[in-house]
Design a protein around this ligand. Structure first.
Ligand code: ATP
Ligand code: MG
Length: 361
């Protein structure tokens, strides 16, 4: 299978040539770790190969993204940027930037106008649904205009999206369906996400096909950086941590050494033991299968809210590394779903001719 290069030569070698196409991956790491710079390499690599690329920015306004990247001499003018930063009015727009607030449908538009007409600049309602809808619209329009699909997408960042719009149980359901949505676009996607709490597994980490983790730590008076591939489904990879430097040309990974001083580790990392990796994979496959069932149920208009809540509890157990409980819950969701879909009528066919007024008896 062809590989999708990240644009960072050493990292591509670590990934046995690059990422597998049309799948979502997570880029994780602390603030200042180089996540945005790595994402820019990935997008630039696509632009050089004339691939349509899309950046959804939630952390920094587009103008800042572009000027930060100009420091490295990178021209991102051909990059399509979807601006989902919450205070959109505060930033100057350029033509390749789409504003989440102006491209929504009429109902959303009214809500947005309400917020924007106030004299103060207030947080724009950025929700997973509005971001998802925007990406969908942009995809369709781009395909219509150019007869080409977007090949590369970056979401920078999922952490911001969660902070703006998701709370509690629903967030796991939302992230799950957002990741499925991204998979269906058949673009290679990087989801930038901070690993805020190492003792829990964030939903996007176990649902993505792989994780590239950036590390940054203080060694005496030096800042050390490194990169590791934590997970890469369907491919071999270099499982050692490799030193990283951010230079005038961007990110450089050295393959001939491992970091001189290791990052101080706080507790076990997700995916550290082989057995745990296998269990994680098994439970996440089961969750994925239930999610497909949930989508099918939605298509058939079967009420399954209770199953969605149960799945959300399963994900919580999973995040807390209670794999046994998680699997038990997922399996019961699975059988409940099968039962309900089994007795439900097939989905209505949209092409069916409309009934004449009054109906036929
Ligand atoms: N020209 C440069 N030369 C050397 N280092 C640089 C240069 N430009 C940026 N950096 C370093 O790169 C880091 C920023 O990387 P980046 O913005 O990709 O981080 P990030 O992981 O996206 O952070 P955040 O989570 O805050 O968005 C900064 O810490 C800065 O030290
Ligand atoms: Mg960043």
């Amino acid at each position: 299978m062809d590989r999708v290069k990240t644009g960072v030569a050493g990292l591509d070698t670590m990934l046995s040539g690059g990422l597998l196409p049309a799948r979502p991956y997570v880029v994780s790491g602390p603030t200042g770790g180089g996540k945005t710079i790595l994402s820019a390499h990935f997008l630039l690599e696509g632009l050089h190969a004339q691939e349509p690329c899309l950046l959804v920015t939630l952390d920094e306004p587009p103008i800042e993204v572009k000027s930060n990247m100009a420091v490295f001499g990178w021209n991102m003018d051909r990059l399509k940027i979807l601006d989902a930063t919450p205070d959109v009015r505060a930033h100057k727009r350029t033509r390749s930037v789409i504003d989440v607030g102006t491209s929504l449908d009429v109902r959303d538009m009214e809500q947005v106008t309400d917020i924007r007409q106030s004299s103060q600049v207030r947080a724009l309602e950025v929700t997973v649904h509005s971001v998802q809808k925007m990406i969908k619209q942009e995809f369709a329009q781009h395909l219509d205009r150019t007869k080409q699909r977007y090949k590369r997408i970056v979401i920078d960042s999922m952490t911001a999206l969660k902070m703006f719009s998701m709370h509690g149980e629903d967030s796991r359901i939302l992230i799950q369906s957002f990741l499925r949505f991204l998979s269906e676009l058949e673009a290679t996607t990087l989801i930038v996400s901070e690993h805020l709490d190492r003792t829990v597994l964030e939903t996007e980490f176990f649902l993505s096909r792989g994780e590239i983790r950036l590390h940054k730590w203080l060694d005496g008076s030096f800042i050390r950086r490194a990169v590791s591939v934590e997970k890469f489904r369907g491919s071999s990879f270099d499982d050692r941590m490799r030193p990283v430097a951010i230079t005038a040309k961007g990110m450089v990974v050295s393959l001939d050494s491992t970091p001189q001083s290791r990052e101080p580790s706080s507790g076990p990392k997700p995916g550290e033991s082989l057995l745990e990796t296998r269990i994680i994979e098994e439970v996440s496959n089961a969750i994925e299968s239930v999610m497909r069932g949930i989508e099918e149920a939605h298509r058939r208009q079967v009420a399954i809210r209770d199953i969605e809540v149960a799945l959300s509890r399963a994900m919580l157990a999973f995040q807390r590394r209670n794999y046994q409980k998680a699997m038990k819950l997922v399996l019961s969701c699975d059988s409940a779903l099968k039962e309900r879909i089994g007795v439900a009528p097939p989905p209505p066919t949209p092409t069916a001719p409309p009934r004449p007024p009054g109906g036929i008896r």
